[in-house]
Ligand binder design. Structure first.
Ligand SMILES: [Zn+2]
Length: 150
């Protein structure tokens, strides 16, 4: 990314996309560094199904278990607690740590974007009010025949 003194909105979106891409890569690396066996940890990208959700997918940690011969995975909050055992892949553990750091950056960015969106609505209301009060001052620009009118 090019270095700039301030982040524009386009850069924010680029950053958001970059974080998401890296999370997908982490999820793939975590998957590839482990055998599909009980205790294997996975990072899942989950679509919440809510309409207009701007922050899909939501990433979830899961651990595989053998449920009487059927594979299933259940949600976990702290994947590293499940990655402590000696036979756990050190590369998978590294990828989990990387993913956790990226998830933390993403969560902070989402919080900032959410705050900005809320403020944008307030700014739009103020702009609308300003136009309602004084917008007629700009009519001269949209009405060429009537540029001498008050
Ligand atoms: Zn969502």
């Amino acid at each position: 990314m090019k270095e700039r003194p301030t982040l524009s909105l386009i850069d924010t979106e680029l950053l958001y996309e970059t974080l998401r891409e890296h999370l997908y890569l982490c999820a793939l690396a975590i998957f590839k560094h482990q055998a599909k066996a009980p205790g294997a940890i996975q990072l899942y990208a989950n679509k919440c199904g809510r309409e207009n959700c701007e922050f899909c997918p939501h990433f979830r940690w899961k651990v595989w278990k053998d449920n009487f011969g059927k594979w299933s995975a259940y949600n976990i909050e702290e994947p590293l607690r499940y990655a402590r055992r000696r036979d756990f892949s050190p590369q998978a553990r590294e990828a989990i740590i990387l993913a956790q750091q990226i998830l933390k950056i993403r969560a902070e960015l989402v919080e900032e974007i959410t705050k900005l969106r809320a403020r944008e609505r307030g700014y739009m209301r103020r702009l609308q009010k300003a136009f309602e009060g004084h917008g007629h001052a700009l009519r001269i620009l949209t009405n060429d025949d009537d540029h001498t009118a008050n």
